[in-house]
Design a protein around this ligand. Structure first.
Ligand code: ZN
Length: 344
């Protein structure tokens, strides 16, 4: 399987996040990619492709262009106001109810376009966001040119980002951009399977009223876990999208025997949808010892997940999302890719 990867993600580093009563270094760090790439190489996956530079056309089909412009301009505006160093983050949130739109102040933009304190902007953040988009689009094009499976090693991740909101380490939605690319290239139906521990609220929101993308998410239920407001089983899509959104929420502490049944349900629904392409939002923060997650999956389970996804027999683009256990992150990601690639 070809891997699409760029070192540009390293530009997005050095900020801190708030965890209850303290500021800690971001769990979503450049070291994550080093660990994953090393484990993939060790497992025999060494065919690394550099991304091609793409414009913003496909990103603008998924995201509000004003939002994308904010992502690009946020740090320079912040720097102009506060000088070099530190990182930009919102001071207030979500005053859209009276129809306010952001003014020229970077504070108003951060308030309008972010929904939590886990999307800091440093000097190189836009470079990394833009590169992750290129990684996703290059991966999509490899599939469109005949590859059976590709792994787009996007960082920062994307599944919490919606049309015009960044949050949860996510700025642009790489999986959604990949799905849109497949549709642009002639696919009629694209399925997105989100196996990250957290609900893919951004991806759900983007495609909620569309039937050309079926979204299935296995995640910790909103009563127990971030993002707390979305991810209920009752969210099935609306309008043209009704019946094309599947949420499989599970309580904190869920182990693989239960999770695996939810995966089978998702795979059956995806098979019935009969997609031309499958995009997998690949998070491994379901691992038992993940410091951010709360499920009980073990490393060998990820091999099984990969082989079960393979049974769909559909061109598959993996897109990297979460996973924060620095000791087993690489093994777990490599196990999924190995499980998928090994013919059972
Ligand atoms: Zn996650």
């Amino acid at each position: 399987m070809k891997l699409v990867y760029s070192d540009d993600h390293r530009e997005h580093a050095g900020a801190k996040e708030m965890r209850y009563d303290q500021m800690i270094p971001m769990s979503e760090s450049p070291e994550r990619m080093d660990i994953i790439m090393e484990a993939l190489a060790k497992a025999g996956f060494k065919d690394v492709v550099s991304p091609q530079a793409h414009g913003l056309e496909v990103a603008h089909q998924i995201h509000d262009p004003a939002f994308v412009s904010f992502l690009q301009r946020c740090y320079p505006l912040w720097e102009k106001e506060f000088g070099l160093g530190g990182f930009a983050t919102a001071y207030t949130f979500g005053m859209r109810s009276m129809g306010q739109s952001p003014n020229a102040s970077v504070h108003s933009m951060l308030s309008c376009y972010t929904f939590d304190v886990c999307v800091p902007f440093v000097k190189g953040t836009w470079t990394a966001i833009n590169s992750a988009k290129d990684v996703a689009l290059t991966g999509a094009e490899l599939i469109q040119n005949g590859e059976q499976a590709v792994f787009a090693l996007c960082r920062p991740p994307g599944h919490h980002a919606s049309q015009d909101l960044a949050g949860g380490y996510c700025y642009m939605n790489n999986a959604a951009i990949a799905a849109q690319s497949h549709l642009n290239a002639g696919s009629k139906r694209v399925a997105i399977l989100d196996i990250d521990y957290h609900h893919g609220n951004g991806t759900q929101t983007i495609f909620y009223q569309r039937s050309d993308v079926f979204f299935a998410s296995l995640h910790c239920r909103p009563e127990d876990e971030y993002p707390f407001l979305l991810g209920y089983a009752t969210e099935v899509g609306e309008g043209d999208g009704k019946g094309y959104n599947l949420n499989l929420p599970m309580p904190r502490g869920t182990d693989y025997s239960v999770w695996e049944q939810a995966l089978q349900t998702a795979l059956q629904r995806i098979e019935a949808y009969n997609p031309d392409v499958l995009v997998v939002s690949l998070g491994v923060d379901t691992f038992a010892d993940d410091p951010v997650g709360g499920f009980m999956l073990q490393s060998p389970d990820f091999t099984d997940i990969g082989s079960k996804i393979r049974t769909l027999n559909c061109p598959t683009q993996f897109v990297m999302e979460g996973g924060y256990s620095m000791s087993e992150l690489g093994t777990n990601v490599a196990n999924i890719i190995r499980g998928y690639s090994t013919k059972g």
